[in-house]
Write a protein that binds this ligand. Structure first.
Ligand SMILES: *[C@@H]1O[C@H](CO)[C@@H](O)[C@H](O)[C@H]1NC(C)=O
Ligand SMILES: *[C@@H]1O[C@H](CO)[C@@H](O)[C@H](O)[C@H]1NC(C)=O
Ligand SMILES: *[C@@H]1O[C@H](CO)[C@@H](O)[C@H](O)[C@H]1NC(C)=O
Length: 756
């Protein structure tokens, strides 16, 4: 047993049964105004990472590595150039042509504001005001001063800190970019060509300092949009064959996702946990897009550890295994230290190449597969050689010498994480259509996790109705909003009192609720629609179903008649779609077909979604408790609706009960086949829904019931007795009304697309 002694006994480390002491020392590595962390204490290969406050960056170095002879690389220097935190500077904005930048300065720092104005005859495109952000970028899009020059393409402008060559903007003309300071790198297209359609090829470049990072929002915006594109390609490729009444979804458009995670010793335990969580979040998010790709997940350093094997997805014997089972190892695996500090990126690509080759041999439809490789790494490769050749082989395997035609079949994304990034080495390994971002630079793995959390917020998924999060424990209001992002609260004030209803967001502009929540005398200003009780939305108009008439059968003794109890509230403005505010799917829309991942007619959707004894769900107003009930149809329907006679205000007998409970209502309640939950006062207008493949589809709305349940006064989660019944208005019966308003071609709002 080695005796550990040094005047800094802290450096003794227990490692694989031996006491050893760290190689490097902490002398002289301190940073003024900041702190540092070590990925593997003072061991060989450990990465020392500097941290500064928001708006500052470590200078002159972001990181140091402990090398084999116990020296830091780069070594700390004494005296004046000691490490310190410096204020973040943004690249020079005074590259604007044909305009002025205020204030005019030599340097622009974190939180400095700038203004842009064009000379007479020129118009400003992009931001007129920009702020220098803490990640070393300017807020908003690059400003450009343009005038109508008769050129085919618009002046593409110059990124701050950069230079452009090329002054002709007609078809085939080229512009090239570079950054003015050699510490900066140019991210995105170095060269752009004016195309026939009047746009520039590629993507507008930006100059990055070594400390410039992409924010999680930027990454999730770009990556989210790309990955969504991949998914939409898949969806359009899938075809439906209709044989008589049965519908078979053919398996096509297979997506294979290969994920590699760097665990070389420069990544510490916390970073690793973050990265693991990020990968799990990514997979979870992909599942919520309603696509089911095949996955391969590996961890790598000098060696490869296989965590999820894609080949098992193609194995018939294992086809019943759930994704959760397959991901088990990814969730539980512990990473042991002691592996040498190498990073063998080439082995990663070789591994993926090997898997692809096997899939190709085994799957006849390999040509149709799409492949997405996502690599997370904190730096370059220091063993195993350059991966360039391997990537070229993967390209020829997948693109089959038709790089243009088959470009959507292969994407390689690289996420450079942390400070020690060798951009040039990594960027050259990305593959994907020009104009799309495939290389990202993130500050740390913490941000990576946040990135994937936010992907679901992004533009790319705004069109997805009924998308929501699932949580096990449901006690917090914020989580409930994300589980039921479509729920809306409606209140109507009259002189005497306020009545409350629930509603559902069915498009960014419309809320669906029950018509009986309103009377003809209600004034628009007395109708309040809110997301959570606090945030009120402006109401433009109430559209009630033209056939709704509560007094229609007063003469027959029916005090209140609820047929066509449906109303749409038109808001003044679109709501902003987010994780906690998103429309529910409506019957007979294209969006619902997308959610169901089938191409169905309206009638087929109804057959699929409304069946005897099916379990349906609705929410109760207090704390948004979830209530389940079962639809009674066919031979069970009459028994169910007969109980309407118990409501004295509708004077019906068992013989003429259908005069009041028309075929437009779905009946729930009672204790068969299970004890149902029953609606309470205030639940009216709320959605009756089903969850299908992680998407929520509304099939009816809560209209009326035969009994006022005493139990509701004590407990909103009231259960039904033998006789209590709820009658929900079936939305499939009012599709023409919904289509007439929501599907209307008008400049005022974007229409929903209905199917026949
Ligand atoms: C820019 O930021 C620096 C550092 O915070 C500050 O000293 C300077 O006054 C700012 N310049 C302007 C024009 O706001
Ligand atoms: C149902 O029949 C009863 C008795 O014949 C009658 O009094 C009542 O008005 C009818 N109700 C309706 C809605 O027609
Ligand atoms: C999607 O649904 C499945 C099963 O219905 C569930 O296990 C999974 O957690 C859901 N995923 C998300 C992201 O909600």
């Amino acid at each position: 047993m080695a005796v550990c002694w040094s005047w800094f006994a802290l450096f003794c480390l227990f490692n694989q049964g031996n006491l050893v002491w760290g190689l490097c020392t902490e002398q002289g590595v301190e940073i003024e105004g900041g702190r540092y962390t070590l990925s593997n204490q003072l061991e060989e290969g450990s990465l020392l990472r500097y941290h500064c406050d928001e708006g500052f960056y470590p200078y002159p170095h972001l990181v140091r590595t402990c090398n084999y002879n116990g020296q830091w690389e780069p070594p700390p220097t004494r005296s004046r150039s000691r490490s310190r935190c410096r204020l973040v500077e943004c690249p020079d904005p005074s590259v604007l042509e044909n305009g002025n930048v205020w204030p005019s300065d030599e340097h622009y720092f974190y939180q400095n504001n700038t203004r842009y104005e064009c000379y007479g005859g020129y118009t400003l495109y992009g931001s007129s005001h920009r702020t220098c952000l803490s990640n070393g970028k300017w807020s908003g899009p690059h400003p450009v001063c343009r005038r109508d020059s008769g050129d085919h393409c618009p002046d593409p402008g110059i990124p701050p800190g950069g230079t452009k060559t090329g002054i002709l903007f007609n078809i085939g003309d080229k512009v090239t970019y570079s950054c003015n300071d050699n510490t900066m790198i140019l991210v995105d297209s170095e060269e752009r060509v004016c195309q026939e359609d009047g746009t520039w090829s590629g993507k507008e470049p930006t100059c990055y300092y070594p400390y410039t990072f992409d924010t999680p929002l930027e990454v999730s915006h770009a990556f989210g949009a790309e990955i969504k594109n991949t998914f939409s390609n898949l969806q359009t490729e899938s075809t439906v064959i209709q044989e008589g009444r049965s519908i078979t979804l053919t398996e096509s458009g297979i997506l294979n996702i290969y994920i590699a995670l760097d665990i070389s010793s420069s990544i510490d335990q916390k970073q690793f946990e973050n990265a693991r969580l990020a990968v799990l979040t990514l997979i979870d998010k992909i599942a919520s897009f309603s696509v089911t790709p095949n996955y391969d997940v590996i961890f790598f350093s000098s060696k490869i550890i296989e965590v999820v094997n894609i080949l098992s997805f193609f194995d018939k014997d294992q086809s019943k295994k759930s994704l959760a089972d397959r991901l088990n190892l990814l969730k539980t695996i512990e990473i042991k230290r002691g592996d040498k500090a190498g990073t063998n990126l080439n082995a990663v690509f070789k591994k993926f190449e090997e898997k692809m080759t096997i899939i190709k041999q085994r799957q006849e439809d390999f040509e149709k597969h799409q492949h997405v490789i996502v690599v997370f790494t904190d730096g370059g490769y220091n063993m195993g050689g350059k991966p360039t050749q391997t990537v070229e082989r993967i390209k020829s395997l997948i693109l089959m010498d038709k790089p243009k035609e088959r470009e959507e079949h292969l994407d390689i994304y690289i996420f450079g994480i942390g400070a020690q990034i060798y951009d040039a080495n990594l960027r050259s390994l990305t593959v994907g259509p020009p104009g799309q971002r495939h290389y990202f630079r993130l500050r740390d793995t913490n941000e990576l996790h946040q990135t994937f959390e936010e992907i679901i917020n992004e533009e790319g998924v705004k069109g997805l109705c009924g998308l929501h999060r699932n949580y096990g424990d449901m006690y917090n209001a914020e989580k409930k909003r994300k589980k039921y992002p479509w729920i809306m609260f409606v209140s109507v004030m009259t002189d005497q009192h306020t009545s409350n209803c629930l509603g559902s967001l069915v498009s960014p502009r419309f809320v669906l609720t029950a018509a009986h929540c309103f009377t003809v005398n209600n004034l628009i200003e007395n109708i309040k629609v809110s997301v959570n009780g606090g945030y009120m939305l402006g109401v433009h108009k109430i559209h009630t179903h033209p056939q709704y008439n509560i007094n229609a059968k007063v003469d027959q003794g029916v005090e209140e008649f609820y047929d066509y109890d449906v109303a749409l509230i038109e808001l003044i403005d679109d709501v902003e779609i987010s994780t906690s505010l998103r429309p529910i799917c409506l019957p007979c829309t294209e969006q619902t077909n997308a959610a169901l991942r089938q191409t169905l007619t309206c009638e087929q959707q109804e057959q699929l979604l409304i069946r005897n004894k099916d379990r349906i769900t609705f929410l109760t107003k207090t704390n948004l408790g979830e209530k389940d009930a079962h639809i009674k149809m066919g031979e069970n329907r009459l028994d169910c609706i007969k109980k309407a006679v118990l409501e004295p205000r509708v004077s019906v007998t068992e013989e003429n009960v259908t005069e009041v409970v028309t075929d437009n209502f779905l009946c729930t309640g009672g204790d068969f086949p299970e004890i149902d939950k029953i609606a309470c006062k205030g639940d009216s207008g709320g959605a009756v829904f089903k969850n299908y493949l992680n998407r929520t589809i509304q099939i009816a709305l809560i209209s009326w019931g035969n009994k006022l349940m005493d139990q509701c006064l004590r407990d909103q989660m009231a259960v039904s007795d033998e006789d209590s019944r709820d009658f929900h208005f079936n939305l499939f019966k009012v599709v023409p009304f919904l289509k007439d308003i929501l599907g209307k071609d008008t400049p005022r709002y974007a229409p929903l697309v209905f199917v026949d």
